[in-house]
Design a protein around this ligand. Structure first.
Ligand code: I6G
Length: 670
């Protein structure tokens, strides 16, 4: 087939699939096949740029760029919420509500995380998405229909049968941390401006004129209320309205919960605040609403906000502080990172005294100097960042940040590698060696407890370890008596190291610290090749046959396998007894769902979606988002909707949460 024909065929196939996947919610191609076709089209288009057409799915998702964003008037104003900042404020709200209603006893409140994103209104007429708009000033927003259409969690058609004639749904469009980090990583690699925080990134993405740009941003939307409805009767409680919305195809925040009284609100707050770092997206508080819609009606609105709702805000995630000086840290790959030493400041619930400045480009972009007043942001468990400089507070004694001309640890020459300054010392550099040993011992690698930063530094300084293989020669008698190490901890460490000898090929591969080989890639390589011997013999092309391994990763792996020094370390490790069962025995022993494709749908009691996905992947399954004839099974929780229906239509086995718990406990993981 000629390239022209093949490109045309792939374009047609992928466009068909896009239509079925996003518009009809009825994918026919499994995700892997879709990705393969996409990569093939991209490859051909790169080879024959003269054959690239505007309607190719690789070029743009959505409609033609719009000329400008048009104003939109909200029929029902999008109000704001009253804020409280502490428990007394919350008690005051509860008291006022009960006084107004003349109720002495406890009220039922619905608690929802307040996502830190962009408030959006979606208008559906006869079930079809007609318009998406920003909140703007509450009365007037902007038309962003072309952009909201690219967000997969926003249905283009409502699901179900008895649909309202008109429905206006409100919610928050936001960018999860993983998406934010990867956007900024890309921006840094391309030496483009980075986003200050996920909210700004979401806002900027929604105001794009070209929906093709927005489609590249992994935005999500959670809905939290109905602005208007015609031709349908809503239920009696807000919690039930959310269930309706969920059935119509909208995502509702999984942390939403109904509680009793102000005490229930307070314990929900404590519970969620403690888990804030693990949610995967920014929230800036909790919204409490009176659950009964009749009581909401009785309470009504002030001119700005509903009387039946309040937001309790979390401590700010951004604060001002002073940059005292900049130190340079050398990482596992030799990358030299400027780290800002800050005047300690309480931000995002912890005291922060260091923040990453990433690289030279970032320092230039910020225009930061020592002594400057800077905005520091800490969100989730992400390393604190300096996001901007308050330049009008610059003092006369501010100083230029000078990058080192040789490695600050081993004095080897440095190399500028795109945006990254790199030490060329390799494992001769104590910093790189220390980081490699820590990585080798880390939880997802060889999982050796007790080898933290200080301990590894100490063992290296004493000359007890000069490579990861030396760990297996450490003896409790040598360790006992070292500073900070009693007999018991010496034995514990030696035992932990000994235990790590029995490992798996994916863990071992990951532990070796091959550039760009994370746990998932290591898993893919191990699964594909099954043995170290087969991996070692793999050509670049064979390596690229592994899912998610492209030319860059394949070259890193090959380069590692071709390095005599690296192979010497591997040999020493194997001589020291590091071993793993052959792929077959592991598959049957640890991965009963090997080769199976699962879909998770509905709300589960014991797992979040992410946890269920991780558990299934741990059992060897691939977890995808849509049901097709290739799906092996569906894990369905409460209120499972269209995916469950489709699984039933296709005769695909449907499992409940109990089945997953049983599978996990059979593996000893449950
Ligand atoms: O701005 C908001 C964020 C979250 C809201 C809201 C919300 O519920 C979870 N709910 C209402 C009713 C309003 N603003 C006006």
């Amino acid at each position: 087939m000629s390239a022209e024909h093949e490109i045309a065929r792939l374009r047609e196939l992928l466009n068909q699939h896009n239509y079925r996947y996003y518009v009809l919610d009825d994918p026919q191609l499994p995700d892997v096949e879709y990705d393969r076709l996409w990569r093939r089209l991209l490859e051909l288009e790169q080879q024959y740029p003269e054959l690239v057409r505007d309607d190719s799915p690789t070029q743009r998702v959505g409609a033609e760029p719009v000329g400008q964003l048009h104003p939109v008037q909200h029929e029902v104003p999008m109000l704001s919420l009253e804020n409280v900042f502490d428990h007394d404020g919350l008690c005051g709200f509860d008291r006022r509500v009960r006084q107004r209603l003349g109720i002495e006893g406890e009220l039922e409140y619905i608690c929802e995380p307040k996502l830190d994103g962009v408030a959006v209104s979606l208008l559906y007429r006869q079930g079809v998405l007609e318009r998406g708009a920003t909140r703007g000033d509450g009365a007037n927003g902007e038309d962003i229909t072309h952009n909201v259409r690219t967000i997969p969690t926003i249905p283009l058609h409502l699901l179900g049968t008895s649909l309202p004639d008109l429905l206006e749904v409100r919610g928050e469009v936001y960018l999860p941390w993983v998406g934010f980090e990867s956007l900024n990583e890309q921006a840094r690699a391309l030496q483009e401006k980075v986003f200050v925080n996920p909210r700004n990134a979401a806002a900027g993405s929604l105001r794009q004129l070209d929906a093709g740009v927005t489609a590249q941003r992994p935005l999500q939307m959670c809905c939290y209320s109905v602005g208007r409805v015609l031709g349908a009767t809503l239920p009696e409680r807000h919690s039930e309205v959310l269930d309706y919305l969920n059935h119509w195809g909208f995502r509702i925040n999984a942390e939403t919960e109904v509680v009793h009284g102000v005490d229930g609100c307070a314990s929900y707050y404590e519970h969620l605040a403690a888990r804030r770092d693990t949610l995967g997206y920014d929230i800036d508080g909790i919204v409490y609403k009176v659950d009964s819609l009749a009581l909401q009606d009785a309470l009504g609105f002030t001119s700005r906000a509903p009387r039946w709702a309040v937001a309790k805000k979390f401590p700010a995630q951004e604060q001002l502080t002073r940059l005292l000086e900049v130190e340079f840290q050398v990482g596992r790959s030799g990358a030299i990172t400027p780290v800002a030493r800050l005047e300690p400041v309480f931000v995002g619930g912890v005291t922060v005294s260091n923040a990453s400045l990433h690289n030279r480009d970032e320092v230039n972009r910020l225009g930061v100097r020592t002594g400057d007043t800077v905005v520091v942001r800490r969100a989730g468990d992400v390393i604190p960042q300096v996001v901007s400089v308050v330049s009008d507070q610059r003092r006369g004694d501010s100083g230029e940040i000078r990058f080192p001309e040789s490695c600050p640890v081993c004095d080897s020459p440095v190399q500028q590698d795109a945006a990254v300054l790199r030490c060329t010392g390799g494992l001769v550099c104590a910093a790189q060696l220390k980081e490699s040993i820590k990585h080798f011992a880390s939880r997802k690698a060889m999982d050796i407890d007790g080898l933290g930063d200080k301990r590894v530094a100490q063992l290296m300084e004493l000359g007890l370890i000069g490579s990861v293989a030396d760990l297996y020669r450490l003896m409790a008698e040598t360790l006992a008596g070292l500073e900070g190490m009693g007999e018991k901890s010496a034995h514990n460490l030696v035992d932990a190291i000994a235990h790590s000898r029995d490992t798996s090929l994916p863990r071992f591969l990951y532990a070796l610290g091959i550039p760009q080989v994370g746990p998932a890639t290591a898993q893919g390589l191990a699964r594909h090749f099954g043995s170290w011997r087969a991996l070692q013999a793999a050509s670049l092309e064979e390596l690229q046959a592994v899912e998610d391994v492209g030319p860059v990763v394949a070259a890193h792996v090959r380069c590692f396998l071709d390095s005599p020094d690296a192979m010497q370390v591997v040999k020493k490790l194997r001589d020291a007894g590091v071993n793993w069962p052959s792929a077959k025995t592991r598959e049957t022993a640890d991965e009963p769902l090997q080769g199976a494709t699962w879909v998770v749908t509905g709300s589960l009691d014991n797992f979040s979606r992410e946890q269920a996905k991780a558990a299934l992947e741990g059992l060897g399954a691939r977890v995808v988002s849509s049901v097709s004839s290739k799906t092996s099974a569906v894990l369905a929780g409460r209120e499972a909707g269209s995916k469950l229906k489709k699984a039933r239509q296709l005769g695909i086995p449907v499992m409940d949460e109990q089945a997953l718990l049983e599978l996990l406990s059979a593996q000893g993981g449950g």
